[in-house]
Design a protein around this ligand. Structure first.
Ligand code: AMP
Length: 178
């Protein structure tokens, strides 16, 4: 029930940002008070009572509900950002995109050895971004408890790749063959 309601509030833009991509726009979901509540409640229900040290959100959409989830759980929020945005000492991780590479960073002192971390983003496509975030957390001695996203696109194989790498992954809705 919550799943179909969440899905119904996500806007799909065909052929954006380029031909052949079905862009799943979550701004319509988050702009809707019921939609936003369903998202935050869905993640809170999943992680309430779990032994978690902090929430790591991936730029930029992971910041919106990652911050709200951290607040709900009474934990801190840590941003993973595109290269060049974080002001203090960072570590970085590069990964492959369809064309070229991307680099993400985290503050070196944001994760302590032994921290148990939930990584959150809006959507899992190829899984490259989430796996890069996992590497950043692990380089700092943290442990990834789970990767969470609003949307999974199983046709793109990201979730399979993440599971094969040994990380649990959770999503609220999926668009398969659509
Ligand atoms: P990936 O690293 O391939 O899993 O891509 C994940 C990131 O790209 C997410 O942070 C999404 O915001 C964005 N993204 C990739 N494909 C889509 C899509 N079809 N619709 C919306 N966002 C997408």
């Amino acid at each position: 029930m919550a799943e179909s309601l969440i899905k119904s509030k996500i806007r799909t833009i065909p052929n954006w940002p380029k031909k052949g991509i079905m862009f799943r726009d979550i701004t319509t979901l988050l702009g809707d008070p019921i939609g936003l509540k369903l998202v935050i409640d869905g993640f809170t229900k999943r992680y309430q009572g779990r032994d978690v040290s902090c929430i790591v959100g991936i730029e930029s959409r992971g910041f919106i509900f990652g911050g709200a989830l951290a607040y709900q759980l009474g934990k801190g929020f840590v941003p993973v950002r595109k290269k060049g945005k974080l002001p203090a000492e960072t570590i970085e991780e590069s990964y492959n995109l369809e064309y070229g590479t991307a680099t993400v960073e985290i503050h070196k002192d944001a994760i302590k050895k032994g921290d148990k971390v939930i990584i959150i983003d809006d959507l899992i496509a190829t899984g490259g971004t989430a796996l890069a975030a996992c590497k950043l957390v692990e380089k700092l001695g943290g442990k990834v408890i789970e990767i969470a996203a609003i949307v999974d696109l199983p046709d793109l194989g990201g979730t399979k790749k993440i599971k094969e790498a040994g990380y649990p992954v959770f999503h609220l809705v999926e668009f398969e063959g659509e």
